[in-house]
Design a protein around this ligand. Structure first.
Ligand SMILES: *Cc1c(COP(=O)(O)O)cnc(C)c1O
Length: 410
């Protein structure tokens, strides 16, 4: 290894010691929570066998829902391979619980790109919220990029049925919402408006902290199984957790009214879903250690990072501002070249729907598009920000980042 990179590595590991200790504590608490849930539900080997056909009486599937509910602090949950993605799970949750004439208030600023299409804030996709007579108001963030609770409270009307908090910044330039902040936001919205319910887009947030939105008053939450809670093992799917009546309403949208939670074959899904969930606290802890490491190493190389290397995390996303196209492209290509799969591929910037300029995407993953695995992407335009996320093991994050820096120096 180049001696400068070796020195940055040693300094980084020294400087992040306290943070890594804290991450280990959260990891153990979450591991205990997961273990306790499996024990409380008496998960046995027969729960790992899936069902076919209609999937009636699938005990493994139903127990998995109860395990998720325990872990996420909710009454019920539905965890299924039929959810195509996080966007699909969130969409089923919202469509299931709103009716024509209802209003949705996005309290955390602009929604994640795919959700803008769902609610009808971007284009006019067939079947979006607008076409069903449901409206969405987006409340701008305050000038520190945080939820403006007073403005949210003033925006809510008698027509507002649900308020959405998106925990992770996604690809937006704002801080993600910590559980502590979210607790205050939920309390203050509910204190002022007894009639509204709170939905949390929990994507990228699971197991990052000791508590989940369900523990602090969220009524419904959803996420993707090819992100945190799948532990890098689960091949597809999503989950919705929350108050039982709301989960039932959502399940009628996933399946059909009258079928709801009672059917849905699981095939080979359950073994991976239980296995992945069990190791998810460790995989998430490793990915978060990798995010701090990435930030620190790139700060030492002179780049700007958000969050900074020493900021406490509530999700996996690490943004790095490269300031020029050359460095950004070189970094992303190196991440690809030091991935376990498709390492010989070289990503090049190209157009992507929903983006103005060219986008570069580096991901050499076992599961297609799994962002719990190490990946780097972003629009190749000023300020040349790459979003780096995931990493199945901290060791892989360290090796890949060091090698990426090495090729940038070369
Ligand atoms: C990933 C993500 C989603 C859903 O994305 P999918 O690719 O559909 O799984 C929604 N919101 C946020 C904040 C996300 O990070």
């Amino acid at each position: 290894m180049n001696t400068v990179i070796q020195q940055w590595n040693d300094e980084t590991l020294e400087e992040l010691q306290h943070i890594y200790k804290q991450i280990d504590i959260v990891c153990e608490q979450n591991q205990a929570k997961v273990l306790d849930a499996y024990q409380a539900e008496s998960i046995s080997s027969y729960h790992l066998n899936g069902s076919d056909g209609y999937g009636y009486d699938d005990e493994g599937r139903d127990a998995l829902g109860r395990v998720y509910a325990r872990i996420f602090g909710t009454e019920a949950a539905i965890v299924r391979p039929q959810f195509v993605s996080g966007t699909h799970a969130i969409t089923a949750a919202l469509f299931g619980n709103l009716r024509p004439g209802d209003e949705l208030v996005y309290a955390s600023g602009e929604p994640y790109a795919t959700m803008k299409e769902v609610v009808g804030l971007n284009g006019d996709q067939a079947g979006n919220f607008k076409q069903y007579g449901m409206t969405t108001k987006v409340v701008p963030l305050d000038d520190t990029g945080r939820v403006d609770v007073a403005l949210v409270n003033d925006t809510i009307t008698a027509k507002t049925k649900w308020v959405v908090l998106q925990r992770s910044c996604g690809y937006d330039d704002r801080p993600s919402i910590s559980i502590e902040e979210m607790k205050y936001q939920i309390q203050s919205i509910k204190a002022r408006h007894g009639h509204v319910h709170i939905f949390v887009d929990n994507c990228y947030g699971e197991f990052a902290e000791e508590l989940e939105p369900g523990h602090i008053g969220a009524d419904l939450l959803a996420g993707s199984l090819i992100k945190n809670p799948g532990g890098g093992i689960t091949k597809t799917g999503g989950y919705i957790a929350g108050k039982e009546s709301f989960v039932v309403q959502a399940s009628a949208r996933l399946a059909a009214p009258g079928i709801g939670m009672e059917a849905g074959a699981t095939g080979a899904f359950l073994q991976d879903a239980y296995h992945g969930l069990f190791i998810a606290p460790t995989v998430v802890a490793d990915a978060i250690k990798g995010a701090h490491y990435t930030a620190s190493m790139l700060e030492k190389a002179g780049y700007e990072t958000t969050p900074s290397s020493t900021t406490r995390r509530t999700d996996l996303i690490q943004a790095v501002q490269f300031g020029n196209a050359e460095d950004m492209i070189s970094f992303c290509q190196s991440i690809q070249h030091h991935s376990p799969i498709d390492a010989k591929a070289t990503p090049i910037p190209g157009p992507l729907p929903g983006y103005d300029g060219d986008v570069i995407m580096a991901a050499g993953t076992f599961v297609l598009g799994a962002s719990i695995e190490l990946s780097a992407d972003g629009p190749v335009a000023p300020p040349y920000t790459a979003y780096v996320q995931g990493g199945l093991t901290f060791a892989h994050c360290k090796v890949a980042i060091r090698r990426a820096l090495q090729s940038m120096i070369d």
